[in-house]
Design a protein around this ligand. Sequence first.
Ligand code: PLP
Length: 415
Amino acid sequence: MSFSDKLRTIYQEQLNAISDAGIFKKERFIHSQQAADIEVEYPEGAGLKKVINMCANNYLGLSSHPEVIQAAHEGLDSRGYGMSSVRFICGTQDIHRELEARMSEFLGTEDTILFPSCMDANAGVFEAILTDQDVMISDRLVHASIVDGIRLCSAMHDTFKHSNMDHLESKLQLHSDKRLKVVITDGVFSMDGDCAKLDEMVALCEKYDAMLFVDDSHSTGFIGKTGRGTHEKYGVLGKIDIITTTFGKALGGASGGCVSGRKEIVEMCRQKARPYLFSNTIAPVVVSGVLKVMEIISENTERRDKLEQNSAYWRKGLTEAGFVLKDGETPIVPVMLFNAKLSQDVSNDLYNEGIYAIGFFFPVVAKGQARIRTQISAGHEIHHLDKALEAFIKVGKKYDILGKSKQEIIEMYGL
Ligand SMILES: *Cc1c(COP(=O)(O)O)cnc(C)c1O
């Protein structure tokens, strides 16, 4: 057997195993701009179908906003297409620094450094600021990019049970001998839509001289009264040592991320964070778009207010219809189905009804926790939500799960 045949065999076996396990991810091709109404080709070659998008991170409905597109055009014309350099060689424009200042002002921090993505921010920050004399104590449900950042860092790693403050306190006591302790959490957890208890976490960090790291990717722009994030909601603005967030979700949805916080930490990242030093930063066209997004959301709170109202409306509608939801008050509203195949069947039937909402199951969520994660946007109008609700109810009736408890659904469909 030739080497290339051997390689093909090795990988085909693994791909078959993924398929056999029922977790092969198929992509759906969107032929329109990202918005509440999209045109999708699925399956491939089936022609275009108009559907309502209920699973984008387009929380503020800014992904295809005309003013953002206009600003991106202007950025393209004035600052060009590419930088062809990393920041410290010749890849820094005035607008990169302007966006960093804008983010510090918005997040209430001392300084900010841009990264190609929030994945890169999380991958680079820990290694840049910690040594083997330090410890990282993370919530057990933090995002995959944080898990990778932790792996790349020589500091000791420990975890605490999800949002369990007693457990966190015991870990802070256990590691009291370390030079630096960093407590690590998501602000809003993406799969359940619940918030970290940042007020209690700040108090614990103060009590035990620990730093607090918050990844606010699912929160920046809309959580808190003026959308600054989870720290605003919990009244701890200015008390988070390190915030990471993305421009790939509410803030226009293109790409890019940042680390924001204490100025010495930001400077350490500029000197040492490898994804910053060895990868191009955000393209000028995107920086220009994000600057416009920051201007729009700083003018007034209309969009985050509408998002809050839409989310409450959607949650109430699903609850009254008799679905089992995860409790919460964010635009992430998981409809619990528990069984993996049921989540796929419901998702497919919804698609046939013109509703785009993907089913999640193991390993994306824990076994027996399969769900359809719906995500609400300020780009949704009430007629979108009403139509989606109608479809959910029709499909819910088909599978006889309306008004059924978790236990009853599990008895009907198994885990
Ligand atoms: C989406 C997400 C990221 C990754 O953001 P990118 O900018 O797309 O790399 C990181 N952390 C959390 C919590 C996220 O939800």
